[in-house]
Design a protein around this ligand. Structure first.
Ligand SMILES: [Zn+2]
Length: 166
């Protein structure tokens, strides 16, 4: 395998392993939108309009609609730290090796409790909404969508926290 091919394999691997939203959130305050993007203020150019910086977790890339700087996770590290692509890759690999497993942080008892509270509250809200004539069907649909996602997440977290339970 050539030097270039080896580099590409390593780059692809790290892009898959490190969550772009998780990483960029360390430096840019991102907030969710109704679309598939998260938005925040551009970290590269103070003159960019507010919230012109976007991150797509699906693709996974970033793009600024103000200064048109965009790319993948490695490009972000290059631009943000003014590193070479190789140094950026090495930095990301070092972070990946040292980090605590994701699930240890996320799948804790507090999250489980919070999810149960949210789940119960949404359930009660759906029950209340069904009785109110003015409530549109779409509102109930949205609530049921959120509820089923929370319920699934809660079930997964509960299962992970209680491996002995059947
Ligand atoms: Zn910008």
């Amino acid at each position: 395998m050539s030097e270039c091919a080896r580099w590409a394999v390593r780059a692809n691997e790290i892009i898959k392993k490190i969550d772009i939203v998780d990483y960029i959130s360390r430096f840019v305050k991102l907030h969710a939108t109704s679309g598939k993007y998260l938005r925040g203020n551009c970290p590269f150019n103070v003159k960019c309009p507010e919230n012109s910086f976007t991150v797509s977790p699906e693709k996974p890339i970033f793009y600024c609609f103000g200064c048109h700087i965009g790319g993948d996770l490695i490009s972000f590290v290059c631009k943000y730290n003014k590193f070479s692509p190789m140094d950026s890759l090495q930095l990301l690999e070092a972070i990946d090796m040292n980090k605590e497993p994701y699930h240890k942080e996320l799948l804790n008892e507090q999250l489980e409790d919070e999810l149960q509270i949210i789940n119960t509250t949404i359930n009660e809200l759906i029950m209340d909404s069904i009785d109110v004539l003015e409530t549109t069907k779409s509102t109930i649909d949205i609530l049921q969508g959120i509820q089923s996602r929370v319920a699934t997440l809660y079930a997964n977290v509960h299962k992970a926290n209680n491996p002995d339970e059947q």
